[in-house]
Design a protein. Structure first.
Length: 239
């Protein structure tokens, strides 16, 4: 990301949506470029690499998933997918293809901007190798395997820390059930979501002020989990 305005590439065939997105991103300090089809989006991303891509799925020349796949063949730029499709399997498929996040239309601009900033922060942190993830009252020191809530160090089991570590590395973005199960329990456990629910419940008991109303460790129903990076009202569902 440059030292001035972060740049965003909007790939959407609806002119009204592009105007709405452009206005919101420019007001938030972004430099904005756009494309109304997949091929132009890919060309734009190649010639003028952005800090973030907002990608619609329903494009006139190809499905957005194809654009995502092509981008991921050479770039790790953060990509947030926009779609009217709210199918959970579709969300999981796109996240596994390499999308950083998925927002269903209609959406609030404040939420999209918050998720955009989170995706860029995560990408910048990964690029710089910053080992400390600071989420306000929750601080995760990845290098020293230490976790603090309100300044007090927590005692976590190995699997609890691994779960929090993965979520912290993707802070602000959703991580799918399958990704978490594979990373923590290994191949062959992608259907054992009951393991994950148990550990999420245990972790919430340790990091949340009120585990019945989680503010830090949020659920994306049917898809996965995310660590919240801000106070924007992103809805979560408690198991």
């Amino acid at each position: 990301m440059n030292n001035h305005a972060p740049s965003v590439l909007l790939v959407d065939d609806e002119a009204q949506i592009r105007r709405f997105l452009r206005a919101g991103f420019e007001m938030d300090g972004f430099s904005v470029h756009d494309a109304d089809n997949g091929n132009d989006g890919i060309k734009n991303a190649t010639m003028r690499p952005p800090d973030l891509v907002i990608l619609d799925l329903a494009l006139p020349d190809m499905d957005g998933s194809e654009v995502l796949s092509r981008l991921r063949s050479w770039s790790n730029v953060p990509v947030i997918v926009l779609s009217v499709r709210s199918n959970e399997d579709e969300k999981v498929k796109l996240l596994q293809l390499g999308a950083d996040d998925y927002v269903v239309k209609p959406f609030g601009m404040a939420e999209l901007l918050a998720r955009s900033r989170a995706a860029i922060r995560r990408h910048t942190r990964n690029e710089s190798g910053d080992p400390v993830v600071n989420l306000g009252r929750l601080v995760v020191d990845l290098a020293n395997r230490s976790v603090f809530v309100d300044g007090e160090r927590l005692s976590l089991t190995r699997k609890e820390f691994r779960l929090l570590q993965i979520l912290a590395q993707h802070a602000g973005n959703v991580v799918t059930h399958g990704q978490l199960l594979n990373e923590i329990w290994g191949a062959g456990h992608d259907q054992d979501s009951h393991y994950l629910r148990i550990f999420v419940r245990k972790l919430r008991q340790k990091i949340e002020a009120d585990p019945t109303k989680p503010k830090l460790l949020l659920t994306e129903l049917g898809v996965g989990y995310r660590l919240s990076t801000d106070d924007v009202g992103v809805k979560s569902t408690q198991h």
